[in-house]
Design a protein around this ligand. Structure first.
Ligand SMILES: Cc1cc2nc3c(=O)[nH]c(=O)nc-3n(C[C@H](O)[C@H](O)[C@H](O)COP(=O)(O)O)c2cc1C
Length: 189
């Protein structure tokens, strides 16, 4: 299903260093959850999904974010077809919205409309144009914009603890890992 039209991000967004990202990534992602969003309206469409696995770190001398998407997710195709993705973080009051985006598929519903979220797109007037074209949400408290650097499909033969396979996979739908260079952390002024 076509997702809700995006509106231009207003000038309430300010760029910060990723080193000022509030809280520990384990807590913010693992407990607080995030929305992974990829695609743009101008490229056809976009989609978002909830994730609680991922991280922030340093690789190849660059600040990076990493995330994991199963091929069965509608978001998978958007993450593969577009150079940018965003990670949006929310206050606790948006838990129901994040639950919906983690239970329903953008194949079937207009997620943002049903979750009460407003998709925004950054243009060249924000963050020196680094985030241009990336889609996030007006209601987010922080949005991390990433440029894909590397992807890799999990290989069942490479798992060293068989419990991981038993608990997380039924023989298929192994995650694809995405490592993205953090090009911008946007927060509210
Ligand atoms: C708390 C939570 C965390 C999730 N984390 C992930 C994740 O890290 N990777 C993933 O592929 N799916 C994850 N999911 C599942 C997707 O969010 C879910 O399947 C979603 O409906 C996919 O939407 P889509 O088909 O529109 O892409 C999570 C779901 C929830 C509720």
């Amino acid at each position: 299903m076509k997702q809700k039209s995006v509106i231009k991000a207003d000038n309430s967004w300010v760029e910060k260093s990723i080193r000022e990202f509030p809280g520990s990534p384990s807590e913010r992602i693992g407990s607080g959850w995030m929305l992974i969003t990829a695609g743009t309206e101008s490229a056809g469409d976009w989609n978002t999904m909830t994730a609680s696995w991922g991280g922030l770190g340093v690789l190849w001398g660059r600040d990076v974010a990493f995330m994991f998407i199963r091929p069965s997710r509608h978001t998978f195709g958007f993450a593969n077809d577009n150079p940018l993705f965003t990670l949006s973080f929310f206050d606790k009051g948006y838990r129901d919205a994040l639950s919906l985006c983690g239970e329903k598929s953008g194949r079937d519903i207009d997620k943002a409309a049903e979750a009460g979220l407003n998709p925004i797109v950054f243009d060249h007037s924000i963050a020196g144009g680094k985030a241009a074209g990336a889609v996030g949400f007006k209601e987010a408290s922080e949005i991390i914009v990433c440029r894909k650097l590397y992807t890799h499909d999990f290989d069942p033969a490479a798992f060293l603890d068989p419990v991981l396979i038993e608990k997380s996979y039924g023989g298929t739908d192994y995650h694809r890992m995405y490592i993205g260079e953090i090009v911008s952390l946007l927060t509210k002024k």
